[in-house]
Design a protein around this ligand. Structure first.
Ligand code: MCA
Ligand code: AMP
Length: 505
């Protein structure tokens, strides 16, 4: 296997690699900073990364990868319950964080390593851990033949453990091997003609696949660069695309906000028109937003479709036709089929026959950490991964996602949110007797989280804001209910099961 980051291996250049606001690193500086991290984490089992939108997060993850140690990116807004679960499940040996960041109590019990961007070798670190040795170590892992005393890191070794919600219970850790990262990024490079000349701009969070794997590791694998906005806004997009950035990645909510802003921001339209590629993913981009952006800029947003467990499965190619409502054909190396409920495979490419998307290929995760039951249930007997997404295929092979099998999964702002997880958190509030959570269409977020609550005391139900804060503080702010509806009782069937479809629209 070739090294994950060839541009860091041999003679890292003074080309820009990362930029976050006023702070930037060249490849040589990144090699030194990440090399220092690698030296300090080598041999650790797994390391947690406090994944703020900062260059330290990128350096921490790249450093762990250079050392062959799996990184567990943590949402810095995780609430107690979510964080507690992730830490006990993934059992990291230590936590990597930017200096001066205050970590919440559960993390303070772990050994902490401050990630500095300083390129001077750390005097406390063993001399074998200089940048040069560590980037060489990665090259060795790739079998380039350079001499080193270190054992190669196998391509099936875990690179990342990324937590993702299911319909019930706490989030599961998807174990993503090095092979999957390399395969998906190289397939996207083929589809998008993505090269070292590209400069990517985005404002995505760095604790999920979209922002971290595609948005940071993607440019670094190509030897190109990434400029992170810190937080997404249309002014940042305008500025970076006007100053040399070539590609934009975002979730549909970001493109919706761009579409809304375009009439009043002519510079935004000009900046988007000059980009080489505008890419949306993590949820469906509504046709209306596609069309508004195309009308104002003359440019079409291309969609790609993936999952934490599978990384990327399909993408509209840079030289392909960007049809609104489609996510393109399967990427090179990815096998994709549609399967009906009775198990029969949909053969027709007729734009009408519906089936669940199942995939196979080098882009797939290995397992859910500590969850052999869930891992087994996710695959068919012959090794296809069941995505739960329902689609049709057009005559030219393009995939059109038309729905999802699980009604208890909500996609809000591009985040996947399990209804069960929020229901459990709500039931822990003393003012809540019964709770049900659903997703409702939302023009900005795609879907918004709605909580249906039977209060313990109907005379003084807990306030909407209090329940939102309760969920934000236990789980994460993006999981908080945006609307709370109070009922005297939840609709139940004869078996006592809550009938969500019977909740008033
Ligand atoms: C609000 N806030 C609160 C509360 N209410 N904090 C604590 N308690 C509360 N009750 C805070 C929020 O944390 C946030 O802080 C700010 O107020 C605004 O919140 P909100 O309105 O919810 O956020 P937003 O700015 O409207 O978010 C929209 C967004 C975001 C920027 C589009 O949803 C987003 O970043 N989405 C990306 C999701 C993503 O990357 N998904 C990839 C997974 P602050 O502003 O400080 O943060 S899917 C994936 O990886 C697969 C592989 C794929 O296909 O891509
Ligand atoms: P996650 O589990 O958070 O990684 O989210 C993966 C899910 O996001 C997929 O199973 C799809 O339901 C959805 N998704 C990702 N990209 C797209 C897209 N371009 N169009 C529609 N849905 C998407």
């Amino acid at each position: 296997m070739t090294p994950l980051f060839p541009a860091l291996s041999d003679d890292p250049s003074s080309r820009p690699a990362l930029r976050f606001g006023a702070r930037s690193l060249t490849y040589a500086e990144l090699a030194a900073a990440a090399g220092a991290v690698a030296g300090r984490v080598r041999g650790a089992g797994r390391v947690a990364v406090w994944a703020t939108p900062s260059p330290e997060t990128a350096v921490a993850v790249v450093g762990a990868l250079l050392a062959g140690v799996a990184a567990v990116p943590l949402n810095p807004k995780s609430g107690d319950k979510e964080l507690g679960h992730i830490l006990s499940d993934s059992a990291p040996a230590l936590v990597l964080a930017a200096p001066g960041t205050e970590l919440p109590a559960p993390l303070r019990a772990l050994r902490r390593i401050d990630v500095t961007l300083d390129t001077d070798p750390d005097p406390d670190t063993d001399t074998n851990t200089s940048a040069a040795r560590d980037t060489e170590g990665d090259a060795d892992a790739g079998g380039t033949g350079a001499p080193s005393a270190r054992a190669a890191v196998g391509e099936e070794e875990p690179a990342l453990v990324v937590y993702t919600s299911g319909t019930t219970g706490p989030p599961k850790g998807a174990v993503i091997p090095r092979r999957a990262i390399a395969a998906t990024l190289d397939a996207l490079a083929d589809a998008w003609q993505w090269t070292e000349e590209d400069v990517l701009v985005h404002g995505l969070p760095l604790f999920h696949v979209h922002g971290l794997v595609l948005g940071v590791l993607g440019p670094l694998r190509r030897g190109g660069s990434v400029r992170h906005l810190g937080r997404f806004d249309t002014q940042g997009v305008t500025r970076e695309l006007s100053e040399g950035a070539t590609m934009l990645f975002g979730v549909p909510t970001m493109y919706h906000r761009i579409a809304e802003a375009l009439p009043a921001e002519p510079a935004l339209a000009e900046a988007l028109a000059g980009a080489r590629l505008l890419v949306s993913g993590s949820a469906a981009l509504p046709v209306h937003d596609h069309e508004r952006i195309a009308a104002a800029t003359g440019r079409r947003v291309v969609e790609r479709y993936g999952m934490t467990e599978t990384l990327m499965n399909t993408a509209v190619r840079a030289d392909g036709e960007a049809r609104a409502g489609t996510v393109g054909p399967p990427l090179p190396g990815v096998e994709l089929r549609l399967v009906e409920d009775d198990g029969s495979v949909v053969g027709a490419l007729d734009g009408e026959s519906v089936g669940e998307i199942q995939v196979r290929g080098p882009n797939l995760f290995t397992e859910y950490l500590n969850r052999p039951d869930a891992t087994a249930a996710a695959f068919t007997a012959d090794g296809w991964f069941r995505t739960g997404d329902v689609a049709v295929r057009d005559p030219d092979g393009y995939v059109r996602i038309v729905g999802r099998k699980a009604t208890d999964l909500i996609k809000s702002g591009g985040y996947k949110i399990g209804a069960g997880e929020i229901e459990n958190a709500l039931l822990e509030h003393p003012g809540v007797r019964e709770a049900a959570v659903t997703g409702e269409p939302d023009p900005d977020l795609g879907e918004r989280v709605v909580a249906w609550v039977v209060p313990a005391d109907p005379q003084s139900p807990p306030a909407e804001g209090e329940l939102a804060d309760h969920v934000a503080g236990r789980l994460a702010p993006h999981k908080r209910p945006r609307v709370v509806r109070y009922l005297d009782a939840l609709p139940r069937n004869d078996m006592g099961k809550i009938m969500k479809r019977a909740l008033p629209a």
